[in-house]
Ligand binder design. Structure first.
Ligand code: ADP
Ligand code: MG
Length: 213
């Protein structure tokens, strides 16, 4: 996981909409990377919500290993300034932050946009990536992650839509499951639920992301 610039590989999770899974996938990636021995940090830029910071506290309370470092930052610049202290810096971005999103995308090796599979969500999601491409971000650094899937057919249709729009989509997806929420309520990641089958599904998605960098 080397980067051409000095410092960490930066992977950012962005979207216009809230609730699509930026924080969820940030934690899943952090957990898998930390478990494989990388020095990793989640930079939580959503200071209003502070979701990942709160999750970190719950993880410590529950004594879940490995400990994952999470820190809140007010600006993208402050977060990116930390990059050379880690192997992997994961940016958990807030919704609706177009300027910050562009700044993050300039520096990130990969910009991941989680999306719900409904058409109402896919249209705006594609438009955000179009904007980044217009701002000069190479298409090959942009990738979608499909989340909140209820049926196989829905996942297939979403993948087709995003591919036709010209973007890469991570292999695998997250089904919509209460157990994923429960796990995160207890400071665990989506790869640390009580169900092996769900952990494997989440792991497949996250490994396909790790394989890209
Ligand atoms: N696949 C899923 N199944 C069930 N709940 C999920 C799933 N993915 C995310 N969630 C839940 O949805 C909510 C929003 O997810 P979150 O990752 O915080 O989104 P974002 O960071 O994009 O706002 C959280 O309560 C989270 O636990
Ligand atoms: Mg979030």
């Amino acid at each position: 996981m080397a980067d051409s610039e000095s410092g960490a590989t930066v992977i950012a999770f962005v979207s216009q909409k809230g609730g699509v899974g930026k924080s969820t996938l940030s934690r899943g990636l952090a957990r898998e990377a930390a478990k494989s021995g990388l020095a990793v940090k989640i930079a939580d830029l959503d200071t209003q919500q502070g979701t990942s910071v709160d999750w970190h506290r719950r993880r410590l309370d529950e004594g879940v290993e490995p400990v994952i470092s999470v820190e809140g930052f007010k600006t993208a610049d402050q977060a990116l300034a930390q990059a050379d202290r880690y192997d992997l810096l994961i940016i958990d971005a807030p919704a609706r932050a177009s300027e910050a999103t562009q700044k993050i995308a300039q520096r990130a090796a990969l910009v991941v946009q989680p999306t719900n599979p409904a058409l109402d969500d896919l249209g705006p999601a594609v438009r955000l990536f179009h904007e980044l491409v217009k701002a000069g971000i190479p298409k090959k650094r942009l990738v979608f992650a499909i989340n909140h899937v209820l049926t196989d057919a829905e996942e297939v249709a979403a993948r087709e839509y995003l591919t036709e729009a010209g973007y890469d989509v991570l292999r695998g997806y997250l089904p919509s499951k209460t157990s994923y929420r429960d796990a995160q309520n207890h400071g665990r990641s989506v790869t640390e639920t009580r169900y092996d089958a769900l952990n494997s599904k989440a792991d497949a998605l996250i490994q396909s992301l790790i394989n890209l960098v």
